[in-house]
Design a protein around this ligand. Structure first.
Ligand code: DMJ
Length: 455
């Protein structure tokens, strides 16, 4: 499947950000700006490497060495470019040792730094790589920046400071953390929106899915990545998870555990495909949890995995919808037409993989295999893999996009699910939110200014 996705991108979309597998041409969205930055190449590199697809890895290496240039007049998403490009380049560097990946990651990070020039230091959502001018998404509450965006820079930026010896990256993300720590949190929850001019929350919406998700993930992973030295991050994670459990996690009438969203003063009994990553996160955070609740969090991870599997199993295609409800007799099923699509997302498979690593319960491989077969049957087209618009329809139509995260995450997690645990052991590697593995930093002898935890 990886070969099919790569070969078609190579043939029809090379250098473009993504592939349109039916039209057989390049594809892009506004997150990558208007330049051909080869997002699929950068995102896929470490998967190719891990799978032993050496010729393909070499093709990617050569394109990056010769063509990847960030001096372009293009306005990109700081978050997306960080998780896919900086994360992808750093992982490729750590795995292969090729200097060019590190050099490109540092060049790109330099281009993102102007985004932090706001009155509060909370970065803009978008930055022009040439002019350095930043701004926020028009749709975000009252000019706000997004929690899952400015809160998902920590891992990559700490690695950049570690690799370069320049504390600038580290200081930027620690400043964000300090600011968040000082703020009041309604019910102990972090709202999704924060205004970078005023430093005040926007609308009080809270989500462990879109707009919130990877902020929580990065608190836990900052601790893991620091060899468990960054106890401040662990405490923030524990506090956040306690509030989430109290206010957002419920059981449906049919006994399915779900994570809802806090909106306009009440709990929306709806869960997104994106939220399904949390099963894996709870399992990953079980060890080291407060009050020795490891068993509890592993169980919670298993319950979320089960619910998300049900969201797949209750469809015609055996692929999960974008969002599903637990309301009015509906259980783990999408109600609105515009929530019935599957765009090759990884989160459910990601959770299967973490649960497999921590329990070795064969059902997770079984569920992963079901998903593999469904993707291969319904998303494979002759020009690559495409998302589908309605997982409840027996004759689905395609969205004609092969997302770069399909190669970075979905196929990587599937491959790892069927590999031995000594391939990228979780004691040594921490996966960024785009599934790019970064090594645990044993920083005892390294000086990073600003935080004694890193001395
Ligand atoms: C990926 O880019 C990352 O996993 C991100 O954190 C959330 N969304 C997509 C995949 O669905």
């Amino acid at each position: 499947m990886m070969k099919h996705a790569w070969d078609n991108y190579r043939q029809y979309g090379w250098g473009h950000n993504e592939l349109k597998p039916i039209a057989r041409k390049g594809h892009s969205t506004n997150i990558f700006g208007n330049s051909q930055l080869g997002a699929t190449i950068v995102d896929a590199l470490d998967t190719l490497y891990i799978m032993g697809l050496h010729d393909e890895f070499r093709e990617g290496y050569e394109w990056i060495d010769k063509n990847l240039d960030f001096s372009v007049n293009s306005e990109v998403s700081v978050f997306e470019v960080n998780i896919r490009f900086i994360g992808g380049l750093l992982a490729a560097y750590y795995l292969s040792g090729q200097e060019v990946f590190k050099i490109k990651a540092v060049q790109l990070a330099g281009k993102l730094l102007p985004a932090f020039n706001t009155p509060t230091g909370i970065p803009w959502a978008m930055v022009n790589l040439k002019s350095g001018v930043g701004r926020n998404w028009g749709w975000a509450s009252a000019g706000s920046s997004i929690l899952a965006e400015f809160g998902t820079l920590h891992m990559e930026f700490v690695h950049l400071s570690y690799l370069t010896g320049d504390p600038v990256y580290y200081n930027k993300v620690m400043h964000i953390r300090k600011l968040l720590q000082k703020m009041d949190r309604p019910n102990g929850l972090y709202p999704n929106y924060l205004n970078p001019r005023t430093g005040r929350w926007g609308q009080h919406h809270t989500s462990v899915g879109g707009l919130g998700d990877s902020f929580y993930e990065y608190l836990l992973k900052a601790w893991l990545m620091s060899d468990k030295m960054d106890t401040e991050a662990r405490k923030m994670y524990d506090d956040a998870i306690e509030a989430i459990e109290k206010h957002l996690i419920r059981k449906s009438n049919g006994g399915l555990t779900f994570i809802g969203e806090w909106k306009n003063g009440h709990l929306e009994r709806k869960m997104g495909h994106l939220t399904c990553f949390a099963g894996g996160m709870f399992a990953l955070g079980a060890d080291g949890s407060r009050d020795d609740k490891a068993g509890h969090y592993l169980q919670l991870g298993a319950e979320i995995a089960h619910t998300c599997h049900e969201s797949y199993d209750r469809t015609t295609l055996k692929l999960g919808p974008e969002a599903f409800k637990f309301d009015g007799g509906v259980e783990a099923v999408a109600v609105r037409q515009n929530e019935k699509y599957y765009i090759l997302r990884p989160e459910v498979i990601e959770t299967y993989w973490y649960m497999w690593r921590f329990t070795h319960d064969p059902k997770y491989r079984q569920w992963g295999w079901e998903a593999t077969q469904a993707i291969d049957k319904y998303c494979r087209v002759s020009g690559g893999f495409s998302g589908v618009k309605d997982v409840y329809s027996s004759s689905p139509t395609y969205d004609d996009v092969q997302q770069s995260f399909f190669l970075a995450e979905t196929l990587k997690y599937l491959y790892l699910l069927f590999s031995n645990d000594d391939l990228l052991p979780l004691d040594n590697w921490v996966f960024n939110t785009e599934a790019h593995p970064l090594p645990v930093l044993h920083l005892a002898n390294t000086t990073l200014s600003g935080n004694p935890a890193y001395r």
